[in-house]
Design a protein around this ligand. Structure first.
Ligand SMILES: [Zn+2]
Length: 263
């Protein structure tokens, strides 16, 4: 990591949609002072592409391997079990384990509810065994996720909820369990008062910021693919709510990231 060492806590540079533009995207991020980009793992093919990219851009990417709830929803029990077996030996080179969690949006969940729960539990166990923080993806499954976390235990190395976009009450459910909250593009939307309140109330020591590139572009980018340089949009909105400079938000959240991942 170089000068500013500002960090995008969650993005997907290994996403196939970005494949032909990664060099330019990392160039623009570096120019904007964002020198380190933590990845969100999706499934085995994505892990291999992350490893490849980390080789091409040394020091820029934080590797993160896990089975995303989407991926689990799309694959059968046996394929998921095989992927779990492949995950364990890769973890020593990763900063964190994830994405893992639950996504119970009806169009996505199909027959995968039980499988998502089982694979989430197995990954919490793996995180504990490997002493890695977890990167959680939890959508329309707040109560179920809390139940799993309470039965299986939040890993000792903790972790964060990526793209948190809920109420202050839900935020407290995670904060009280020692988890950090990572906030991205949705905070920039002027109507998102619920999330603005979370930013206003929460202790800044537990805040991370992310772009989730190539998804969740802030309004300025319309429907185009998102990229880590847009982390400034997120920082500027939070700075506005907390009455501070955007660079201070970037500094504080990057510091928090390094604390959580022991960098
Ligand atoms: Zn993601």
């Amino acid at each position: 990591m170089t000068k500013n060492q500002w960090i995008d806590a969650h993005c997907h540079l290994a996403d196939l949609r970005l494949q032909s533009q990664v060099a330019e995207i990392i160039g623009r991020a570096t120019e904007a002072g964002i020198d380190f980009m933590m990845q969100g793992g999706v499934g085995p093919e994505d892990w291999q592409r992350q490893i490849e990219l980390a080789r091409l851009y040394p020091g820029k990417l934080g590797l993160c391997f896990g089975l995303h709830p989407y991926w689990v929803a799309d694959h059968n029990e046996q394929t998921c079990e095989e992927a779990l077996d492949a995950l364990a030996p890769l973890l020593p080179q990763a900063l964190g384990l994830g994405e893992t969690g639950l996504d119970f949006r009806p169009h996505l969940v199909k027959d995968s509810r039980e499988r998502q729960l089982g694979i989430f539990e197995a990954q919490l166990e793996l995180a504990e065994a490997s002493q890695k923080p977890v990167v959680l993806h939890i959508v329309q499954a707040h109560e179920e996720a809390l139940r799993v976390l309470d039965v299986w235990g939040v890993p000792q190395a903790k972790g964060f909820v990526h793209s948190f976009n809920g109420s202050w009450r839900k935020a407290q459910d995670f904060l009280s369990r020692g988890l950090y909250l990572s906030v991205g593009g949705p905070v920039v939307w002027p109507q998102n008062e619920k999330l603005h309140q979370v930013i206003f109330e929460m202790p800044l020591e537990f805040l991370l910021i992310e772009t989730d590139s190539p998804d969740q572009p802030p309004p300025r980018l319309k429907q185009s693919l998102n990229e880590p340089a847009s982390l400034w949009d997120v920082a500027a909105k939070i700075a506005d709510i907390r009455k501070m400079e955007a660079s201070m938000v970037l500094g504080q959240t990057s510091h928090n990231f390094k604390r959580l991942f022991r960098l």
